[in-house]
Design a protein around this ligand. Structure first.
Ligand code: SF4
Length: 514
């Protein structure tokens, strides 16, 4: 045991992985996971693990599955939208079984501070039927990750640990537990090929008869689900970081000293027995969670449950004042405080950099519609005053979205979005005989996620789409000036719009921020 003074939750995750003998890590850049991945990349020379950036979460998941089945503890780091993509191999891995422990570390973004949506990864526990840890503190994060590796091996399934950027904000002393696994001569866990004697349906049956009972037992008996009964009137159920807020209020405000607290650190499989016992013991129950009403949705048929659905708490991020307001109004059945919809005007805008090399393009797109945008900097050109792109559904999604536009649809996509999944949209556009113009912004980095290097797919695109031209904006601006460059781009777009089939304009420019 080693004492570490005051580490934040992200460092706790890093140390827990090291102390759990993780051997293979893949990561896809994106808020808030880039900061976690940075810990691992920074220390990779002094540790015995392989770590790789991936451009796509499904591929990143498939790689860690490969490591797991051949006996290496592995971990994949993705942001919340990334779990949508990796859910494809995850769903099958649950039936297939794995080998060494495999943890999916997913970072949610309550408040959608740097994300295209505010989805809640805890829902993937119910969908995939695996365990989801939701740690509240750095210490919980450390212990949860260690237990997740063990549980993954016991149940032979990937296990999810869900964190938020809140873990970065709090520091706490954490006692490290260094695994003695290597010294103990324990054989490596590898895929048991016996699984192939079952049909696909049989694998599903095996999951429910062997793996699921282990996961349910874990959830109902987990030390991460802490109960503190202090009275019979009000009980609070929470998970993740909001549990720390509740602990703080109950321990410092004497008015609430007889309120009970059930803090769930393992939310899936849903520990229905301990939750039911807790609800039965109290007259009114407040559920405090972020971002969605996940716990609340399991128990909303109980008529004494309050939370987001009753209007006591807002959707998304939870702050201390939200919980205090809910507790002050605990006798009300419904509230209507949180009805104002956040606008860019009320929050403040997050515009693109005013010296962005692609500004001449955005000025041209201002007068054209519809234009399919992608995730990345270009999505910030959608609101006033630029009004450059009209849509933004998913990273890599612009090309396929433009295929649905009438006439020759226009897609604007960054090089990272293209490498992530946009290239598949381009293949479909070519094979499907669509008329579209794809404008690829090539700056060689993932600018929105911190400047990670991005693959240059020009040769691949040129092979796929003969009508591909390349134009260096920086050179043009320095030779011709911004206004002339803008006119050149406008003429290029007009010309390509008149051609049949798929056309590509590759715009090269150097990001001025990274
Ligand atoms: S980060 Fe780079 S690419 Fe993005 S808007 Fe700023 S200058 Fe342009």
């Amino acid at each position: 045991m080693t004492d570490n003074k005051d580490i934040n939750g992200l460092e706790a995750i890093y140390l827990a992985a090291i102390d759990s003998n993780v051997r293979f890590i893949t990561a896809v850049a994106g808020y808030p996971m880039t900061a976690v991945a940075d810990y691992f990349f920074k220390e990779s020379d002094s540790n015995d693990y392989d770590i790789h950036w991936f451009t796509n979460e499904k591929a990143a998941m498939e790689a860690v599955l490969g490591a797991s089945v051949t006996g290496r503890r592995s971990m994949v780091l993705v942001k919340h939208v990334g779990i949508n993509l990796l859910s494809d191999p995850l769903m099958t891995a649950m039936m297939h079984t794995i080998g060494a422990g495999l943890v999916i570390l997913v970072g949610d973004d309550p408040g959608a501070k740097a994300s295209q949506n505010e989805q809640d990864s805890r829902f993937y526990g119910a969908l995939s039927e695996t365990a989801v840890f939701d740690p509240a503190t750095p210490k919980d994060a450390y212990l949860s990750l260690q237990r997740a590796f063990e549980l993954s091996e016991e149940a032979k399934v990937p296990v999810i640990v869900r964190i938020t950027d809140r873990l970065d904000k709090r520091e706490q002393s954490v006692a490290r537990i260094v695994s003695k696994k290597e010294d103990a001569d324990i054989p490596e866990k590898k895929l048991d090929r016996d699984i192939w004697k079952f049909t696909m349906h049989g694998k599903h049956q095996r999951f429910h008869m062997e793996s699921e009972p282990l996961l349910i037992h874990e959830a109902e008996n987990s030390c991460f689900n802490r109960i503190s009964i202090n009275g019979e009137i009000v009980g609070i159920i929470s998970s993740g970081y909001p549990s720390s807020i509740v602990d703080n209020i109950l321990s410092t405000q004497v008015t609430y000293s007889d309120y009970s607290h059930l803090a769930l650190g393992l939310v899936s499989p849903f520990p229905k027995n301990i939750v039911k016992q807790f609800i039965d013991k109290h007259k009114r129950v407040l559920v405090v969670e972020e971002s969605e009403a996940v716990i609340e949705s399991y128990i909303s048929t109980c008529n004494n449950v309050l939370g987001k659905k009753s209007g006591h708490l807002p959707v998304g991020m939870i702050e201390k004042e939200h919980v205090e307001f809910a507790l002050e109004n605990i006798d009300m059945n419904e509230l209507t405080k949180y009805t104002e919809i956040q606008t860019i005007a009320s929050r403040g805008s997050k515009p693109i950099c005013c010296d962005c090399p692609f500004m001449p393009l955005y000025n041209v797109l201002h007068d054209i519609e519809p234009v399919a945008g992608d995730m990345g900097c270009s999505i910030r050109t959608a609101p006033d005053p630029l009004n450059a792109v009209n849509t933004g559904f998913a990273l890599g999604g612009a090309i396929s979205t433009a295929c649905g536009f009438p006439g020759k649809g226009i897609a604007v996509i960054g090089d990272f979005g293209l490498a992530h999944s946009g290239i598949v949209g381009l293949i479909n556009a070519v094979n499907g005989g669509f008329d579209i113009l794809v404008i690829i912004l090539q700056n060689d980095i993932a600018a929105m996620t911190g400047g990670q290097e991005t693959a240059n797919l020009y040769d691949l695109v040129k092979a796929l789409v003969p009508d591909t031209i390349i134009f260096n904006i920086d050179n043009s601006i320095s030779l011709e000036g911004s206004v002339k460059t803008q006119n050149i781009i406008k003429d290029m777009i007009r010309e390509k719009q008149e051609a049949k089939g798929v056309s590509v304009i590759y715009l090269e420019g150097k990001c001025t921020l990274h």
